[in-house]
Ligand binder design. Structure first.
Ligand code: ZN
Ligand code: ZN
Length: 247
């Protein structure tokens, strides 16, 4: 099966779907700490940098404005990944899957694959100054919301999209490597008649791509993440067969 590696330039069309309210206990988008930090006054938003009223502040002091928290899923994903300083792409993506904004459609989860990988790649290589532009470029390779696709296909395509970009960033352009990345991610995700958990699909695709980046591109991204907090709650959860189920 050939995988379509999305090649559109620029950002995808704006997603007009409103974000769902943040779930209680979802934690800070940037560090995962509980909300409820001291100080309700104006501050600089950790996601967009604008100064103004704070909608949420975590115990580590990260403040996020209402525009960022209430924006469309695609914008929240892009802004959060662009502001994330972690080296573990699974950790970045997993934190976003906890947020209510991503509990809508599978393509929101698919977008996490290239965006979180682009952020972690930049951080691991000490190129944080390029992180935001790379995240936007990587996310722009994904199709706009609403395009029908099969389970796991979007996440696998996200892996291919990231590798096609990163091969160019590192001066090792190799079109075949992008196809290989998508195929590896798809194989690890698995396919079948049953619906698969979109969070798992995205995290598995990221794991597969981090491994490929180490083997083929010489860049080691730690990809451990944390245990899934929704184990058994999602109707498509496959329990202990999922690498993120650590109960
Ligand atoms: Zn925080
Ligand atoms: Zn903001």
């Amino acid at each position: 099966m050939a995988f379509k590696i999305f090649q559109r330039g620029g950002s995808a069309p704006a997603d007009s779907r409103p974000a769902a309210p943040a779930a209680p206990g979802a934690g800070c988008l940037l560090c995962g700490e509980p909300q409820g930090g001291a100080g309700a006054g104006p501050a600089s938003c950790a996601l967009c940098g604008r100064s103004g009223p704070v909608a949420e502040r975590c115990r580590s002091g990260h403040a996020v404005c209402a525009a960022c928290l209430g924006g469309p899923a695609r914008e929240v994903v892009e802004r959060t990944c662009a502001a994330s300083v972690e080296r573990d792409p699974v950790a970045i993506a997993e934190r976003l899957t906890r947020h209510a904004v991503l509990r809508l459609l599978p393509e929101d989860h698919d977008l996490l694959v290239p965006a979180a990988l682009a952020a972690a790649w930049s951080n691991v290589r000490g190129e944080g100054g390029l992180r935001a532009v790379r995240v936007r470029e990587a996310a722009g390779r994904m199709p706009p919301p609403g395009r029908p696709r099969h389970d796991g296909e979007g996440a696998a395509s996200g892996a291919g999209a990231f590798v096609s970009l990163v091969a160019g960033w590192s001066g090792r352009a190799d079109p075949a490597l992008a196809e290989q990345a998508a195929a590896r991610a798809s194989a690890l995700i698995g396919r079948g008649d049953d619906a698969l958990c979109p969070s798992r699909n995205a995290l598995v695709a990221i794991l597969a791509t981090a491994r490929l980046a180490r083997e083929k591109l010489g860049t080691e991204m730690p990809a451990h993440g944390v245990a899934c907090e929704r184990a058994g709650k999602n109707p498509t959860c496959i329990g202990s067969a999922c690498p993120f189920n650590r109960t």
